[in-house]
Design a binder for this molecule. Structure first.
Ligand code: NDP
Length: 243
């Protein structure tokens, strides 16, 4: 489904981002992914991707650093010859109730989750305009749709990602570029390891956490020609949690 395309995935070394890299590679895409600092995991992921017969490279780059992002996008274009798909997936949490949440915790989450997606989008924007095509997929969260106690910073960042998605979708729709968001509920990754318990699972209509691969299948649909008339959309994947 993605043969001949290059996909850039932020936070591609672990969790949902890694599952997206693997799914895209299984479908023929070459993969450039960004990670924050876990080089061992990043190298493991590159090997797995290369095992699928595609070109793959990891770039250590903090998405919250505007200059570093601008430079890495240029480097990826040089290495791969172009970019057709961007997945803004890198994200962090720093959960606390508002009275205990430091301003620095609020800023760090906004900087990575929201500004990071903005910087990456800014990086590919002129390329996508010029080539009159491209797919941008932003990983939001049901927390951005419904709010969540202890996650004022995270929910604000993920709601912001939805606003970013809809604005970019409208800016680029006439140029053949689609920009959509995915809003996962609880997905089993390192981020949610400590949360997985029966009480929480019981609150989910489907009574289980989702798998990263299930999110990756949705991302594949949004990256492929099967979704060419869908833009500015937010798709929940949450086992019914926020319906
Ligand atoms: P993980 O914590 O498992 O993985 C996070 C990934 O992001 C890692 O590859 C990490 O790199 C990278 N990363 C973190 N900060 C930065 C940064 N500043 N610059 C570049 N890369 C960075 O997260 P998940 O897979 O669970 O989550 C992925 C996305 O999905 C996030 O946006 C999250 O908010 C969202 N989401 C997750 C849900 C869940 O239940 N898991 C639910 C809803 C949304 P490194 O390995 O080097 O640290």
């Amino acid at each position: 489904m993605l043969k001949g395309k290059t996909a850039v995935v932020t936070g591609g070394s672990r969790g949902i981002g890694k599952a997206i890299c693997l799914k895209f590679a299984e479908n023929g895409a070459d993969i450039a992914f960004l990670y924050a600092g876990n080089t061992v995991k990043a190298e493991e992921t590159v090997k797995e991707l290369e095992g699928l017969g595609v070109k793959a490279k990891a770039y250590q780059c903090n998405v919250a650093d505007a200059d570093a992002v601008a430079a890495v996008v240029k480097e990826i274009v040089k290495d791969f010859g172009g970019i057709q798909i961007l997945v803004n997936n890198a994200g962090i949490t720093k959960d606390k109730l508002v009275p205990m949440m430091k301003a620095a915790d609020f800023d760090a989450v906004i900087d990575t989750n929201l500004k990071g997606a903005f910087y990456m989008t800014k990086g590919v924007y002129p390329l996508f305009l010029k080539q009159k095509g491209g797919k941008i997929i932003n990983i939001s969260s049901v927390s951005g749709l419904t709010g969540n106690p202890g996650q004022a910073n995270y929910s604000a960042s993920k709601a912001g990602v939805i606003g970013l998605t809809k604005s970019v979708a409208k800016e680029l729709a006439s140029r053949g570029v689609c920009c959509n968001a995915i809003a996962p509920g609880f997905i089993a990754t390192e981020m949610t390891q400590a949360l997985e318990n029966d009480t929480l699972k019981d609150a989910i209509p489907m009574k289980r956490f989702g798998e990263a691969e299930e999110v990756a299948k949705l991302a594949l649909f949004l990256a492929s020609e099967h979704s060419d008339y869908i833009t500015g959309e937010v798709i929940r994947i949450d086992g019914g949690l926020a319906c």
